[in-house]
Design a protein around this ligand. Structure first.
Ligand SMILES: *[C@@H]1O[C@H](CO)[C@@H](O)[C@H](O)[C@H]1NC(C)=O
Ligand SMILES: *[C@@H]1O[C@H](CO)[C@@H](O)[C@H](O)[C@H]1NC(C)=O
Ligand SMILES: *[C@@H]1O[C@H](CO)[C@@H](O)[C@H](O)[C@H]1NC(C)=O
Ligand SMILES: *[C@@H]1O[C@H](CO)[C@@H](O)[C@H](O)[C@H]1NC(C)=O
Ligand SMILES: *[C@@H]1O[C@H](CO)[C@@H](O)[C@H](O)[C@H]1NC(C)=O
Ligand SMILES: *[C@@H]1O[C@H](CO)[C@@H](O)[C@H](O)[C@H]1NC(C)=O
Ligand SMILES: *[C@@H]1O[C@H](CO)[C@@H](O)[C@H](O)[C@H]1NC(C)=O
Length: 266
């Protein structure tokens, strides 16, 4: 009994948080819309199923490196091949590495290195890292941003009383903005539009098939291939793994929406 009470208190003070740690397999995504929003997955029209991308079926370099989590472009054969690690790719410049895989960078020597925000500086810091004005760091929270950058990341951050804070669900005033907010480097707070306000719901049961995937940044999926039936279910990966927000963002999930600002595309 005590245990239950403690749990309820935790729920009410912190709300429902989704940690970025479980991955769905492509076959878990039964809806076309979820499938095509997931890196590494592709919709097979003849099977009407979501399946793993096969790198060798990606013909252009652009298509190939858009799947950088799984594939890299082989510059000697001009084919798309499964990605192993950045260290396995050779290159002498940042550009040479990134034309093979967007997730790779270069600092010295003849091979590429794994993607790491701290390898960039304030002048070439990508959107999915955090530009503090003096350094490029993993996106962990809005607190480090000055007013200029805070405004740039307006889908995630807002400026209040001389500091940059993480957005909260309740700050959103339209249903389109009301999707999720950042909690930490490896967690988000899902949001839900309840009649006329944006709230942090108690769990995923509130979501319909359009909201399930987006509001949980793909950590949940719709259980049925029929969007009017079923429920929003958590992904269950075989292994738990730590996935910093930066890692997740850099792999492309609705990057344009969150980073460029939800407000800009409405
Ligand atoms: C779809 O699946 C079928 C049967 O497995 C396969 O022959 C076909 O190549 C697949 N299509 C694509 C685009 O992957
Ligand atoms: C490099 O690639 C080879 C095969 O292509 C693989 O066996 C090896 O594990 C890879 N190395 C790393 C560090 O991933
Ligand atoms: C990222 O780079 C920093 C600074 O070079 C280094 O301390 C850190 O270990 C690197 N992290 C990874 C995962 O490579
Ligand atoms: C924020 O930092 C950038 C880079 O250092 C600088 O150009 C900009 O003027 C700063 N903005 C404010 C409001 O301090
Ligand atoms: C989806 O489920 C609803 C409710 O059971 C049903 O009326 C509808 O025909 C189903 N749609 C398809 C395409 O199966
Ligand atoms: C859902 O899957 C079932 C069986 O796998 C199939 O018969 C049905 O047509 C599918 N419905 C939709 C809407 O794709
Ligand atoms: C930053 O993110 C990268 C990529 O996900 C990760 O490998 C690295 O450990 C993170 N760095 C820190 C300092 O947390």
């Amino acid at each position: 009994m005590e245990f239950i009470i403690v749990q309820l208190l935790l729920v009410s003070s912190f709300g429902w948080i989704v940690e970025i740690k479980n991955e769905c397999s492509c076959t878990d995504y039964k809806l076309y819309s979820e499938c095509i929003s997931s890196m590494g997955c592709i919709w097979n029209t003849s099977l009407s199923k979501c399946v793993d991308i096969k790198c060798n079926t990606l013909k252009s370099q652009t298509e190939c490196i858009s799947q950088s989590q799984y594939c890299s472009f082989d510059l000697s054969t001009f084919t798309c091949v499964p990605f192993t690690s950045c260290a396995n790719l050779s290159g002498n410049t940042v550009q040479q590495c990134q034309t093979q895989n967007q997730m790779c960078s270069w600092v010295s020597g003849n091979s590429c290195i794994d993607y790491n925000c701290t390898n960039f500086n304030q002048n070439n810091c990508p959107y999915f890292c955090i530009n503090t004005g003096s350094a490029c760091e993993n996106f962990s929270s809005c607190e480090k941003l000055n007013q200029t950058y805070c405004t740039l990341y307006s889908g995630m951050c807002y400026w209040n009383q001389n500091q940059c804070l993480n957005q909260e669900c309740s700050n959103f005033i339209t249903s389109t903005q009301c999707q999720f907010v950042l909690k930490s480097e490896n967690a988000i707070v899902p949001c839900y539009w309840n009649q006329n306000q944006c709230i942090n719901p108690p769990d995923a049961s509130v979501y319909n098939s359009n909201q399930c995937f987006i509001s949980t940044i793909g950590q949940y999926h719709w259980s049925s291939n029929n969007s009017t039936m079923g429920s929003c279910q958590q992904c269950q990966s075989s292994q738990d793994y730590y996935k910093p927000m930066t890692d997740f963002l850099s792999k492309g999930f609705i990057l344009s929406i969150i980073i460029m600002g939800i407000f800009m595309i409405i």
